[in-house]
Design a protein around this ligand. Structure first.
Ligand code: NAD
Length: 249
């Protein structure tokens, strides 16, 4: 039996290399092509890929998605940098190929998806909320895609309600970045991998929801789930929460 044929863009990178190993080890998937910065989605098509996984860079990923869809392949994207505006651009691209699926997940770790789900649930019940994300210092973007997505989801759940803050004088950056009105603080420290804390506060109580990715293998069950699911769900799916909920049924 031949498996679902998958190409990996950014295959020589940290996440891409781990993804290639995971696909190789999955009996129902076939690694059709490994593509680096000198290649393009055309190579994936030529190798007969049905799904293209993207772990490249925020500045090239939109163009990759455009090419992948125009060549008739499904797209699974882990590359960060997707705010609402960029997601709208992907929706436009996908609209031109309505039979194809795109899954974009700011974080493929199961625990991170649950952190976002629990944060959405807690968001309406507390007066204050702030996010601290902590990563290795080789990460090129700040805040992390996961933190941006978490902040946007929290803001929606709070209907835009701001946290109280009496600050009138501030060293630039001291209060973090404001993402959808939620303060997000980014730490870059040698020794860290990928970590996120969401702090909720009300008079007399603090709730902290924390997730630690200790190894890139944490992302692989989510990446494989997205590869298997994307071929059956046309349209744009953001995050793996919906895919996990499906699995429970
Ligand atoms: P990395 O720098 O190790 O790898 C990126 C690779 O992409 C490099 O090998 C580079 O040569 C290659 N590349 C650049 N442009 C390309 C192009 N046009 N076509 C093909 N390949 C190209 O980075 P990384 O740590 O593997 O992370 C990659 C991305 O994934 C980042 O945006 C990171 O934030 C994100 N990330 C997402 C998750 C998640 O769960 N969604 C987890 C970790 C990292």
């Amino acid at each position: 039996m031949t498996g679902l044929r998958v190409a990996v863009m950014g295959a020589a990178g940290r996440m891409g290399a781990e993804t290639c190993l995971a696909i190789d080890a999955a009996p129902d998937l076939e690694l059709a092509a490994t593509i680096g910065s000198d290649g393009s989605p055309t190579d994936a098509k030529a190798a007969g890929a049905e799904v293209v996984v993207d772990f490249t860079r925020p500045d090239v990923v939109l163009d990759n998605i455009r090419q992948v869809l125009s060549l008739g392949m499904h797209s699974v994207v882990g590359t960060s940098g997707f705010d609402d505006e960029r997601l709208a651009q992907v929706r436009d691209l996908q609209g031109k190929a309505p039979q194809l699926g795109v899954v974009i997940a700011p974080n493929f770790a199961l625990g991170a998806a649950l952190l976002m789900r629990f944060s959405r649930e807690a968001a309406a019940h507390f007066e204050s909320v702030e996010i601290v994300e902590l990563h290795h210092p080789d990460k090129v973007d700040a805040p992390s895609g996961t933190a941006v997505h978490t902040a946007e989801e929290i803001a929606k759940a709070r209907d835009g309600r701001a946290s109280p803050d009496a600050t009138v004088r501030e060293q630039p950056g001291a209060r973090g970045a404001s993402v959808a009105g939620v303060a997000v603080h980014s730490v870059r420290l040698r020794g860290l991998v990928a970590h996120e804390e969401v702090l909720f506060g009300s008079p007399g109580e603090i709730l902290t929801i924390r997730h630690d990715s200790l190894d890139r293998s944490a992302f692989m069950p989510g990446v494989l789930l997205a590869i298997r699911e994307v071929v059956t769900r046309p349209g744009l799916t953001v995050g793996i929460d919906e895919l996990l909920q499906n699995q429970n049924h």
